[in-house]
Write a protein that binds this ligand. Sequence first.
Ligand SMILES: Cc1cc2nc3c(=O)[nH]c(=O)nc-3n(C[C@H](O)[C@H](O)[C@H](O)COP(=O)(O)O)c2cc1C
Ligand code: SF4
Ligand code: SF4
Length: 251
Amino acid sequence: MVFYFTGTGNSRYVAKMIASAIGQEAVDITTYTKPMQRPEFTANEAYVFVCPSYMSAPARAITDFVDWAGFPSGIKAYFIVTCAASMGITPRVASEHCAKNDMVFMGAAQIVMPQNYIALFKTKSVEESIDVIEKAENDIDRISTLITNGEAIECKKISSVEYAVTKWVRDVYYKYFMSTKKFRVTDACISCQKCANACPVSCITMKDGKPTWSGSCTHCMACINKCPKDAIEYGKGSVGKPRYKGPKPGA
Ligand SMILES: Cc1cc2nc3c(=O)[nH]c(=O)nc-3n(C[C@H](O)[C@H](O)[C@H](O)COP(=O)(O)O)c2cc1C
Ligand code: SF4
Ligand code: SF4
């Protein structure tokens, strides 16, 4: 089974490609978290977890899921992180969660995909994004072969200094900056509700036909990127930037 969490579709795209290559199913973890309902595990197979990198480590949505789901003791786990540049300290974070849950850590790998963090960074044009995705496909094939063969993925060692500094920055960022405060809707909104439906953690409520934000936003950037009218802004950070509409159409 391949479990995935996604904001803008990159991780779903990668999860589906891996699932197809290894002959398993790809499942969105929000199937179990909206509302909360633990999965049933029927086989002691290897599990693959796919998610975006948020501040140099796997999105907490996936590690929280691993901690909560109650996987059978001794199962093998692979972590595949989609990122714009680097998975950072993912191998160490993922191996810690495996140890905590009595799972066998089989390694972690990064797949470089288009940037979606429009609140902070420049997003790519459609042509540039297609180019990045085509390059990623070789890495996806290589990793799928390792998983099919039951081989471990070799990971670089994370030094204690890199781990401690990154973890500190990440904790501060999650606590103080991953909030809904700067989201706003413009007059271009047509009240279609696509933003509310896209939110994986149910932070958006429609009031008088317009979205309002509250709760534990994970900054996945689904709402702002998926709005068909580009009617959502995040402070001044997103103004004038092309929205990232996700990987290849139909993925
Ligand atoms: C909150 C947030 C933090 C991010 N942090 C990183 C990061 O530390 N390193 C990186 O290379 N990409 C980072 N990115 C980019 C995403 O990891 C990348 O675009 C990913 O493929 C998006 O996956 P998704 O479409 O499945 O949501 C970040 C994106 C967001 C929204
Ligand atoms: S997706 Fe855009 S247009 Fe649709 S309700 Fe949300 S803000 Fe309005
Ligand atoms: S409100 Fe936050 S968690 Fe929900 S879709 Fe928007 S960025 Fe993602």
